[in-house]
Design a protein around this ligand. Structure first.
Ligand code: IMP
Ligand code: MG
Length: 176
């Protein structure tokens, strides 16, 4: 598939994504039994992941959305901008952050800092994808569906310059 100027090939088919998403949802259902977590979905990239994950979650829960961005094109700019802030009271509540991908980890580290100021009871990160080879900060990513190599990917919510989000499979850039 072509997105703008780059060629991409399927690297993780939908069935594999969905089975890992279901596995992680079951872990959350087990770990948070008896609690009412607040899921904080990080837009835009997590919208499809969140829809699939949260329909497997059987806990009473609240779902809210925040928007952050640090990427331009295919490389992290390092500076994370918070675009749309927290509009839910997380004080003394268990929070689960729903993220599409942890790359350098700067976005999540920044978000944890921001959240701390609101005194949640607990915070855990749930990420669809993790690139362990790119992680630059010490981060506890409790729930992770898939670990991937450092290559740039699109699809299933993730974009390349705002395009390529609307696919069922995940695609990796084909380097020429
Ligand atoms: P970090 O702050 O470097 O961890 O970057 C996290 C954000 O960068 C993610 O939430 C994504 O929006 C974006 N990102 C990182 N890697 C990729 C990728 O391979 N494809 C698309 N977006 C990515
Ligand atoms: Mg993101």
């Amino acid at each position: 598939m072509k997105v703008k100027d780059k060629e991409f090939a399927v690297s993780i088919p939908e069935r594999e994504i969905l089975s890992q998403v279901a596995r992680v949802a079951a872990e959350i259902n087990r770990d948070y039994a008896g609690q009412e977590p607040v899921f904080l979905v990080v837009l835009n990239g997590s919208f499809i992941f969140a829809a699939d994950l949260l329909r497997e979650v059987t806990l009473p829960c609240e779902i809210a959305f925040v928007k952050m961005a640090s990427y331009q094109g295919t490389s992290s700019t390092g500076t994370v901008r918070e675009i749309m802030g927290l509009n839910v009271d997380v004080t003394n509540r268990p929070v689960i952050i729903v993220e599409d991908i942890v790359d350098t980890g700067f976005t999540m580290a920044h978000m944890l800092e921001l959240l701390k100021q609101h005194h949640p009871q607990s915070v855990n990160i749930c990420s669809l994808l993790v690139k362990p080879g790119k992680l630059q900060v010490d981060l506890d990513i409790r729930y992770r569906c898939l670990e991937i190599p450092n290559d740039f990917i699109v699809g299933y919510g993730l974009d390349y310059d705002q395009q390529g989000r609307n696919t069922r499979d995940i695609y990796t850039v084909v380097e020429k």
